[in-house]
Ligand binder design. Structure first.
Ligand SMILES: [Zn+2]
Length: 453
């Protein structure tokens, strides 16, 4: 009986796949340890069948698909987890298409299958389609429009118009950079009316309490939190500097818990981007080039600009090493408090930007979240399950479960044992397509060769 069933299935599947051809047939990953990310667990020795960009089945055994009918990957000893999201990405918007395509590939090469583009330009609407169709090799893109700031929205009328125009143009959300309180309020009302969200910086004239009330989708960089952690009278004369780092010596610990609680009550997410803070304020400029071999994948003049820019900031008389060190510690305390209070955290490093090479920068970012007190599983959730919840697609992405999007990462070792294992990528599945380690290495090498001097 089973024998006949098997023969029937073989003929049936053979017919189906001969029509589509092998490359369109299923992708099968055999004997793999599945890390579904729904809870902290590993399901050993599964066969995962992927077709049409989705996970069709996860079964024990060979799934009845033979090697000539499918692209088969041996997953023995390896771990299959969801691809990660970089929630504070930048996609170069200029004319240099080769550079933009390199950046998009660098994300994917690190298992990042979803990026939230934080500085939108009209070209990104097209790039979003090119990525979705597979014309350009990279992660899925969710993109902001050109930012809301003092120039793009100098008046309340322009603030409201910006929200309507970006919704109409098809951008996924509004990036807030700066601006007046009046223009911000008008933008918020119009955004709510037309149904578009906004995320990003919190302008000084807005402040975190108003940002929470206005229901930012996400606050990025923990922007404007520092002033909420100090006594305003005591610090009235202090120039806060980069993200308010010079306020760190005045932080009152009990205020951290309070603002974390209020953030959770408001349902506002945070994308901390800790690496950005460490890059600008902490990391050693004399050794950074040795510590970041991935700089070879960036145009050298960009890396030079990063180093020069940060050197300039550190030479400023307002730079204060002691305050900087306190500041990054306060931020880790704030991240821990947000996490413990149940406020949503999303993984994002801000790349390409100050020493953050796209994709590669997710690793130090995850390490810093772990340092804040999140377990490896909890850190991994900020880049998988949490973005799915954030984008209201919890039923279709962010987990390795039947029916979900096949945006996955195959790792050599268990990422929940050690976040460093996320660096050990055996391959990436993007929209159901397999990208092997060999293919990744070849393209990385060609990018590095182009930039070699
Ligand atoms: Zn940014």
């Amino acid at each position: 009986m089973f024998r006949y069933l098997f023969v029937f299935l073989t003929i049936f599947l053979g017919l189906v796949f001969s029509v589509h051809g092998r490359s369109d047939g299923p992708l099968v990953i055999r004997n793999v340890n599945v890390v579904p990310m729904d809870e902290e667990r590993v399901i050993p020795d599964r066969t995962v069948v992927i077709e049409g960009g989705k996970i069709v089945s996860i079964v024990d055994g060979d799934a009845g698909v033979t090697d000539d009918q499918a692209q088969v990957i041996d997953g023995s000893g390896k771990y299959l987890m969801p691809g990660l999201a970089e929630m504070h990405a930048h996609v170069p918007g200029g004319q240099d298409e080769a550079y933009r395509n390199d950046v998009l590939f660098l994300y994917l090469a690190n298992g990042i299958t979803l990026i939230r583009g934080m500085a939108g330009a009209p070209v990104h609407l097209e790039v979003r389609e090119q990525l979705a169709s597979g014309e350009v090799l990279g992660p899925r893109l969710i993109t902001a429009g050109p930012s809301f700031n003092g120039r793009s929205a100098p008046t309340p009328e322009r603030g409201a118009a910006l929200a309507r125009e970006q919704k109409e143009a098809g951008y996924d959300f509004i990036k807030v950079a700066s601006g007046s309180r009046e223009a911000f309020d008008a933008m918020v009302d119009a955004a709510r009316e037309v149904g578009i969200t906004f995320s990003g910086h919190v302008p000084g004239a807005v402040g975190v309490p108003r940002a929470l009330e206005a229901r930012y989708a996400s606050i990025d960089h923990l922007d404007a939190y520092m002033p909420t952690l100090v006594d305003p009278d005591e610090t009235a004369d202090i120039q806060g500097g980069f993200f308010g780092f010079r306020l760190a010596p005045y932080v009152e610990k009990e205020r951290i818990r309070e603002i974390a609680r209020r953030t959770r009550e408001a349902g506002v997410w945070n994308v901390p981007t800790e690496t950005l803070m460490h890059a600008v304020l902490i990391w050693d400029l004399d050794t950074i080039r040795d510590e970041r071999p991935e700089f070879r994948y960036m145009p050298p003049q960009i890396v030079d600009n990063w180093v020069d820019n940060v050197r300039g900031r550190r030479a400023d008389p307002l730079y204060d090493r002691e305050a900087a060190e306190l500041f990054v510690q306060v931020r880790l305390d704030l991240i821990r408090a947000l996490h413990e209070e149940g406020a949503g955290l999303l993984l994002g490093s801000d790349a390409p930007q100050f020493f953050n090479v796209p994709g590669f920068s997710i690793h130090p970012e995850m390490d810093l979240m772990a340092e804040a007190g999140l377990s490896p599983f909890e850190v991994l959730r900020t880049g998988t399950v949490n973005p799915a919840i954030f984008f209201d697609e919890e039923e279709t992405s962010g987990k390795v479960i039947e029916g979900m999007r096949a945006d996955l990462m195959l790792l050599e070792a268990n990422p929940m044992d050690d976040l460093a294992h996320v660096r050990e990528i055996a391959g990436v599945v993007h929209s159901g397509n397999w990208l092997s380690r060999d293919a990744i290495d070849r393209r990385l090498e060609s990018i590095a060769e182009r930039h070699a001097r």
